[in-house]
Unconditional design. Structure first.
Ligand SMILES: NC(=O)C1=CN([C@@H]2O[C@H](COP(=O)(O)OP(=O)(O)OC[C@H]3O[C@@H](n4cnc5c(N)ncnc54)[C@H](OP(=O)(O)O)[C@@H]3O)[C@@H](O)[C@H]2O)C=CC1
Ligand SMILES: O=C(O)CCC(=O)C(=O)O
Length: 498
């Protein structure tokens, strides 16, 4: 076994231990006796040191021209591309996803770097006519200040990149608090930011536990914005604290995403989408397909196809190239998925396949759960309403397209959605009527691209969108500017209509 990586915080350009000297460890979820990394258990004083550094650095970073700021981010993209394979191996080892998916996780970071860097030469404002002669009126984007980025473990490269890259191009400084399950991935990512040459204090990393380091960041008075991805429970705490302490906040929380398969769909295509959407990343995506809404005319046939494909899926360590389904991230999540099986049985759903912790000899040292299909699910059951975040898909039968869309929308969440049909009218109706931030037609619920807005409606978020140009709206404030070159006091028109 390799020596565990010894991770540090990165504050003001220095690699530091926690002031108290305490550490935690991360483990390989496929081989739980393997310690992947040790990392600082940071407390409020470590957070305070990072916030001071980031506040200091902000004074000059905001004045660096945006195209120059973007060049640093571009270099991060080049370095990520150079180290892609090693980073992917580390993601598979620490987070557990199969190598092909881990490469995709790094690739999203690369795509985000090049896309965000391009924005450094745009960051467009508007010019608009003034009411007055000899006066220009325009809007410009202003950075916000010090941004706390609180990220989950399921995309340990992509999600920190989605947040940090646009934030930096916009002129903010950042402090990343990664999930405690993936500190090595975060450390390697921030090593790359450091190698790209950002001035000290512009990019900072504080490891630790959510209830300690994360909470201290959210509560710190000199944090100006919190960008959070994770559970609805933690998101509610982050949102409430930011409200109380007058911070800007962008929340990206869960989903209960559905794929509809109509009777006219290409069933092979829909099957590929369902398997990938439900079981890709072991179902641990906020965009995962958690509900399959099937038209009664094809339900039996499609269920058989899905059963057959599911029964052949290969579970294993993400680092094994033959693996299709990796482990669940940790004991707590494994337990949570198991408990949902009890709930499903009690509610009257039928476990068609799976439903148990995998106990084969090759899997018993990891947190493996069998890919699971629950049949006979009805919309009011808890398994149809709550985010499970594991390799579990619920089958719901419907008799019409209208019923399918109504059930799809019958959730507190609204992130991703999908409809498989050959009928163009249904496709456009779905596009219009589905209550979600993302709708795919003839594609799975997962697989977002970095240049389109990412986020959801209802309890999935708080109205913001990451990625795309909408990320710039998260990380900037608007300023309206009036330039008067008349040389005398001009008064705006007095409205005499009233
Ligand atoms: N939308 C998404 O992409 C994700 C959704 N989830 C959902 O969340 C469930 C639980 O997963 P979990 O990892 O516990 O999710 P959390 O929401 O607890 O964790 C997300 C991030 O928030 C941090 N955090 C936790 N508590 C606080 C706090 N009080 N103040 C500030 N930051 C905090 C975590 O740190 P730490 O890791 O140290 O606890 C982590 O960095 C999953 O089952 C799934 O339903 C999970 C991951 C991603
Ligand atoms: O698959 C996608 O569309 C992106 C998923 C994602 O970013 C997430 O689950 O947090």
């Amino acid at each position: 076994m390799e020596t565990p990586l010894s991770c540090r915080n990165y504050i003001d350009g220095q690699w530091l231990s926690a002031a108290a000297g305490t550490t935690l460890e991360s483990r390989n979820p496929a081989l739980i006796h393997e310690v992947v990394a040790t990392f600082p258990r940071s407390q409020a004083d470590d957070v305070d040191t990072a916030v001071t550094a980031a506040s200091q650095a902000y004074r000059s970073w905001r004045k660096v021209p945006a195209p120059a700021r973007a060049e640093y981010v571009f270099r991060v993209g080049e370095l990520l591309a150079k180290h892609k394979e090693k980073l992917a191996q580390l993601i598979s080892q620490e987070m557990g996803k199969p190598l092909t998916e881990a490469r995709g996780d790094v690739q999203e970071g690369i795509d985000c770097a090049f896309y965000s860097a391009g924005e450094g030469r745009r960051l467009f404002g508007q010019t608009t006519p003034s009411e007055m002669p000899n006066k220009f009126a325009m809007t410009v984007r202003m950075p916000i200040g010090v941004c706390a980025l609180i990220t989950p473990w399921n995309f340990p490269m992509a999600i920190p990149c989605w947040k940090a890259m646009p934030a930096l191009v916009c002129g903010n400084t950042v402090i990343l608090k990664p999930a405690e399950d993936t500190p090595a991935c975060a450390t390697k990512l921030i090593e790359i930011f450091a190698a790209a040459g950002f001035p000290p204090g512009v990019v900072n990393l504080v490891h630790g536990m959510g209830e300690e380091a994360g909470k201290a960041l959210v509560e710190h008075p000199d944090i100006n914005l919190v960008s959070f991805t994770g559970s609805s429970e933690t998101g509610a705490f982050v949102g409430a604290t930011c409200g109380r302490t007058h911070k800007r906040v962008c929340l990206e929380m869960g989903g209960k995403n559905a794929q509809v398969v109509m009777e006219d769909a290409d069933l092979e295509l829909a099957l590929d989408g369902a398997v990938w959407g439900a079981f890709g990343t072991t179902g641990q995506r906020c965009t995962a397909t958690s509900r399959l809404i099937l038209h009664r005319d094809i339900k039996e046939k499609f269920t058989t196809m899905l059963y057959q494909r599911t029964s052949k899926l290969r579970l294993g360590a993400g680092t094994d190239p033959d693996t299709e389904i990796g482990p669940i991230i940790n004991q707590k999540q494994l337990q949570r998925v198991s408990e949902y099986m009890n709930i499903a049985r009690e509610e009257g759903a039928k476990v068609l396949i799976g439903g148990e912790i995998a106990r084969e000899d090759s899997l018993k040292n990891g947190y493996f759960f069998q890919p699971t299909i629950l049949d006979g699910v009805t919309p009011e059951m808890r398994v149809a309403r709550e985010e499970i975040f594991g390799p579990v898909v619920c089958l719901i039968a419907v008799s019409s397209f209208e019923e399918a869309i109504a059930i799809l929308n019958d959730t507190n969440y609204g992130l991703s959605s999908s409809v498989y049909t050959r009928d163009i009218n249904r496709a456009f109706t779905a596009m219009r009527d589905i209550e979600a931030g993302i709708t795919y037609i003839n594609g799975p619920t997962i697989g977002a691209e970095v240049h389109l807005p990412f986020g959801g409606v209802k309890q999935t978020g708080n109205g913001h969108r990451e990625a795309g140009t909408t990320a710039l709206d998260v990380f900037t404030e608007w300023k309206s500017v009036y330039v008067d070159f008349s040389g005398n006091l001009q008064r705006a028109q007095i409205d005499n209509r009233s």
